[in-house]
Design a protein around this ligand. Structure first.
Ligand code: G1P
Length: 898
């Protein structure tokens, strides 16, 4: 089994996807509609945790539940056929020679399923879409063609359960919340308007209306089944609905009202006499509204084939335009797959981590690190707007260097944790710098560092160790000065605070304490004595990276920085104290004490030079310390970095009695941060190949099998080995491994990490997912948690900025390709189309002599055929020269490698 590509825009076609479990496809829009559809049209639709139109599903419900988008056809008043294959008898025949052929055709935010019943002489097509134009509705166009040689009387009936409430009520208060339902029929559908909502927000008046409507150019439903119980009948269910066996359908008419029951979008259309080869078409709209009127407005304009088709085309066009990046290498399947990878960060922004059937965690929204990493992909595709997003995100930083962890749905909305659960993830301080640095390079906007922003304030204080009892909710969630005004500091100051506080927050081996966990959320049982060496290395490179930005600021004449006076506790210490753990802890405690509730508001200036020297000193100390203490070896002579200390204070990695203990994360960050020496790069690759690489499941696993339920490190050790954070090929880290290797000019090895993931995902027989990258690949090779993963952002950024080496350098466009010779096409070319500085560019590399990246160099650049003369021998195009190109046209930049 495999899907086939259709064209260049990510569309694909596949036969019998209903023979594979766990497949689902996203349909959503930026107005907040989030649906998922499986090949038999199960899956759900919601706008948030508390507003599910269809009953909420996780992956097991996809095959268990009968509550799906059921659509029936009565043939000649007696036979029944489910257009989605969801009748008990069609399912019973699924694995026999009587299986009905099913074909899926899909592309960004549109999905079409065709099913043929030879027995009934019918062919059905159901096209599903959520309009990109912003109406809060999911639409289906349903077509039934008579493929027999006889006339038939056909009658279509929909049976779509309307759950119309919060996911929290799927068990708790399930029945009582049905009592809140007020159900009524209109002349084209069924509406449910619950009177109240019962969920964790308390008992509130409800303001959300739900409805299922249907029709076509000339027809409306002739009647309704608005109550689920009446449709399934005594002893029946949605796959054997009793009502449809009656010779005369007992439907309700328009303007019928009832309440207190589970509702059904049961729309019964008039019977039609359909000639051979004739097709009947209906449109069904399943939508949401803030009021009845709003609901009708969102849904009813679509109830004709013409309106649906217009919306279908517009939606396809919209997402095609939005995914404005593509690559053309010699591997056309890779190029196609990259389209999906590029689209995935958009899905993550809409669905967060919680709203597709393999939901990861939470009730919506995203986590702190996801917020920053999703920006990476945006910087590649739609850099406008990112500046404000970054500024808003910095508003989530606390003055103790930690950050808000409950992130609201609005940009820059951070919420105090009312449950008062303290959780500090030690990696959180790392990501803002990485994203800001990429932003500065892509745009040249160093000035962002000098912009001012407030700090987040809640009861959590001293990096999760204390509570600020003086703080109360009505004070607001922004840090204040003693004068009670809100304090603002520069973005540079925010970055300094995040990285400097971490520098002092060390455990007994003088590495930064892991606290709640680091990137690996499942390393969550070592909060007292655990340390993350892996991420300590990143703080070192961040400190150095900030210093590098200061050099650039200096070139622009900025060499003095005003910082809040409290921060000076963290600066200007003698390097000699860096070995002294007790002293470091004391300094941090002193700083935290000073800013526990409010800060003075006084600012003191420091010169760029002094600041740089301090930052570089700290970075150098970390590099040396880790190089000296954390390199471990096996008896076989392999070497790698230990990345963790557990809650018993022991080194986690190395060779032990139970075997080799090695973690991929512990290698990725020493490589990326330049902590690993050049010689160690090769050693690490050898060890990773020996202990972590499994081609048959997509490449590098997250760790070896520890054969121990390590209660002193994290819940991951409770997971069966080979799954999720315990030893799966976890795409996010496998991709960052590739990224880190490219950064160390290990081009072939970096390519190896990326391409083995692609090869696996692209092999449907093994990965069993539609195109794209899943969160991880399980022990059997199946891709799971498809679509919503930070891996997609990192994959895209790595392909563009490292593999293609097309990246900003303080706003200029640099070319540092690491494409292998085998990646070029038959014409010995490879190109990437993207936006840079607001211009549409196609960058085409020519590798006539078929050289490898360690040999070739950029020898010539042309823009639209005109030779370009780089300044100072550097292989870059100045930003102003790009800006001088016209905005509308696509410009071709040809880069010759020699
Ligand atoms: C998920 C989370 C991410 C976390 C990771 C490892 O990864 O979203 O924040 O760091 O698990 O625990 P993702 O789905 O982004 O691949």
């Amino acid at each position: 089994m495999k899907y086939e590509r259709l064209g260049e825009q990510g569309n694909f076609i596949m036969e019998n996807p209903d023979l594979v479990s766990g497949l689902y496809f996203p349909l959503a829009n930026e107005a907040g509609v989030m649906s998922s559809v499986s090949p038999d049209l199960s899956g759900d639709s919601k706008m948030d945790q508390n507003s599910f139109l269809l009953p909420p599903v996780s992956c097991e419900n996809l095959h268990n539940d009968r509550s799906s988008r059921n659509i029936w056809c009565r043939i000649n008043g007696k036979e029944l056929w489910s257009l989605t294959g969801r009748s008990a008898w069609q399912q019973a025949k699924k694995f026999s020679r009587y299986k009905e052929p099913v074909v899926l055709e899909a592309g960004f935010m549109h999905h079409k399923i065709t099913r043929i019943s030879e027995e009934n002489g019918l062919r059905a097509e159901i096209s599903s879409v959520v309009p990109a134009t912003g109406e809060t509705v999911e639409l289906m166009k349903i077509q039934i063609e008579n493929i027999s040689s006889e006339y038939k009387n056909l009658q279509m009936i929909t049976a779509i359960p309307m759950y119309a409430r919060s996911a929290d009520n799927i068990r708790d208060h399930r029945h009582v919340t049905a009592l809140l339902h007020r159900i009524k029929t209109t002349d084209n559908g069924v509406m449910v308007i619950p009177t109240m909502t019962f969920d964790e927000r308390g008992h509130k008046r409800n303001h959300r209306s739900y409805g299922v409507f249907g029709g076509n150019e000339t027809q409306k439903p002739m009647g309704y089944y608005p109550v689920l119980g009446d449709f399934i009948g005594e002893g029946g269910n949605l796959e054997t609905p009793r009502a449809l066996w009656e010779s005369c359908l007992n439907v309700k008419s328009a303007n019928y009202e009832t309440g207190g029951y589970e509702a059904l979008g049961g729309l019964c259309f008039p019977e039609c006499r359909v000639a051979p080869q004739e097709t009947i078409t209906y449109v069904v709209a399943m939508g949401y509204g803030k009021s009845e009127e709003d609901l009708m407005e969102n849904c009813c304009g679509f109830l004709s084939e013409t309106a649906f088709d217009r919306c279908w085309e517009k939606t396809k066009e919209y997402w095609k335009e939005k995914v404005n990046i593509s690559v053309q290498t010699g591997n056309s399947e890779f190029n196609h797959w990259m389209k999906w990878v590029s689209f995935q960060p958009m899905l993550r922004r809409i669905y967060g981590c919680s709203f597709l059937p393999h939901h990861d965690y939470g009730k919506g929204g995203r986590g702190w690190r996801d917020l920053w990493q999703d920006c990476l992909a945006l910087l590649m595709m739609n850099p406008e707007g990112v500046r404000q997003m970054l500024l808003d995100n910095f508003g989530g930083v606390r003055f103790d260097g930690t950050n808000a962890t409950i992130i609201g749905s609005g940009q820059g909305e951070f919420i105090a944790d009312r449950n008062n659960i303290t959780r500090v993830w030690m990696d959180h301080g790392v990501w803002p710098f990485l994203t800001t640095e990429l932003y500065i390079h892509q745009t040249g906007d160093l000035g962002i560092l000098l912009e001012e922003k407030s700090y987040f304030k809640d009861m959590q204080a001293s990096r999760g160790e204390e509570k600020d009892s003086q703080w109360s909710e009505n004070e607001g969630e922004a840090l204040k000065k003693i004068s009670s005004q809100i304090y603002s500091g520069t973005i540079l100051e925010h970055l300094l605070i995040q990285n400097l506080t971490s520098f002092y927050d060390v455990g007994e081996h003088n590495h930064i304490r892991i606290r709640g966990a680091d990137w690996n959320d499942a390393l969550d049982l070592a909060s007292e004595r655990g340390e993350s060496v892996a991420f300590t290395t990143m703080y070192a490179s961040n400190l150095e990276g900030i210093a590098n930005l200061l050099i650039e600021l200096n070139k622009q004449g900025v060499d003095s920085f005003e910082l809040s006076e409290e921060i000076f506790v963290l600066l200007g210490q003698s390097v000699l104290i860096y070995n002294d753990i007790a002293k470091k802890t004391e300094i941090l405690a002193d700083y935290c004490r000073k800013c526990i509730h409010q800060i003075s508001g006084e600012k003191v200036a420091i010169s760029g030079e002094k600041l740089q020297e301090d930052l570089r000193g700290k970075a150098a100390w970390i590099y040396n310390h880790i190089r000296e203490t954390e390199w471990v070896t096996s008896k076989e002579g392999h070497g790698w970095y230990n990345g963790y200390y557990d809650n018993s204070g022991n080194k986690v990695e190395g060779e032990t009695e139970t075997g080799i203990r090695m973690m991929l994360t512990s290698q990725v960050f020493p490589l990326m941060s330049q902590t690993a020496t050049d010689l160690q790069v090769k050693e690490i690759v050898k060890s990773a190949n020996a202990y972590l690489y499994r081609r048959e499941i997509g490449g590098y696993r997250l760790n070896t099998d520890f054969h121990e339920v390590k209660m002193d490190l994290g819940r991951m050790f409770g997971f069966a080995y080979g799954h999720k954070e315990n030893g799966a090929v976890f795409s996010h880290m496998a991709v960052m491994f590739g990224n880190a290797l490219y950064r160390r000019n290990a081009s072939r090895e970096g390519y190896g990490a990326l391409i083995s993931l692609f090869d696996h995902c692209n092999d449907f027989e093994k990965s069993k997912i539609y195109p794209g990258i899943p969160e991880y690949i399980d022990a059997n090779g199946r891709g799971v948690y498809h679509y919503l993963t930070g891996a997609a952002s990192w994959y895209l950024v790595t392909v563009i900025t490292q593999m293609f080496g097309i990246r900003g350098y303080y706003g200029n466009l640099a070319f540092l390709p690491q494409l292998l010779n085998e990646q070029f096409d038959e014409e010995k070319q490879a190109s990437a189309s993207m936006e840079f500085a607001g211009r549409h560019l196609k960058i085409r590399y020519k590798n006539e002599r078929q050289l490898e990246p360690d040999i070739y160099q950029v020898s010539k650049i042309t823009i639209d055929g005109v030779p370009y003369k780089p300044q100072n021998q550097e292989q870059m195009i100045r930003r102003e020269d790009i800006i001088s190109l016209s905005e509308q046209q696509l410009h071709t930049i040809e880069v010759t490698l020699n």
